[in-house]
Design a protein around this ligand. Structure first.
Ligand code: SF4
Length: 181
């Protein structure tokens, strides 16, 4: 896999990116991450198909991620944004960020076929989510939450050697997963 996808991601606004092996992820923080989801600081727990419990059990999501051969993690650094204090700005940023992730996904899919994406949990595709009464309207377009899929994104990002946000910044991450044919 060449680095041109990371170059493309940086051209559209991401700060850095790195390839990784999804089969090497440990999922040792799954229970802590799921407890964090239940604490519901983001306010999306149990409201969207992109979040627990709608995404499925820890076992189901970890098995899905390990079923892929290749992974790409992307980071975007911004000035500090608070989901508690600036909910509207945070929601707008989430939607833009997920749209940027979709642009990279579509570029990658030209070469590798289907790509599964994880990102920020605030799904803005429908005015009202169908959860839990009926299935997701756009299962191929929606981007589930990274933490809800039991990936400790900071542990993964630290393994790339790139820096995280400073105190005056916020950092956001997306993950793209696929199989080599
Ligand atoms: S695409 Fe629509 S139905 Fe699916 S998770 Fe997002 S808001 Fe809910």
């Amino acid at each position: 896999m060449n680095a041109s996808y990371i170059d493309f991601a940086k051209e559209i606004g991401f700060t850095e990116g790195a390839f990784f092996d999804p089969k090497a992820l440990s999922f040792e923080d799954s229970a802590i991450l799921r407890d964090g989801c239940k604490a519901n600081d983001c306010g999306f727990y149990g409201r969207y198909w992109t979040c627990p419990p709608g995404v499925g059990s820890e076992k189901k999501v970890s098995a899905k991620i390990r079923s892929f051969d290749r992974g790409l993690i992307l980071q975007m650094l911004t000035e500090a944004v608070s989901c508690d204090l600036q909910p509207e700005l945070f929601a707008d940023l989430s939607h833009t960020f997920n749209d940027m992730t979709t642009m990279v996904k579509e570029e990658l899919e030209k070469e590798v076929g289907n790509v599964f994406t994880l990102g920020m949990s605030n799904c803005g595709i429908c005015e009202t989510c169908t959860y839990p009464k009926s299935p997701c309207r756009f299962p191929d377009r929606m981007i589930p939450c990274i933490s809800g899929h039991c990936v400790n994104v900071y542990r993964l990002w630290d393994s790339t050697g790139f820096r995280r946000a400073t105190l005056s910044e916020s950092d956001f991450y997306s993950i793209l997963l696929w199989n080599e044919s």
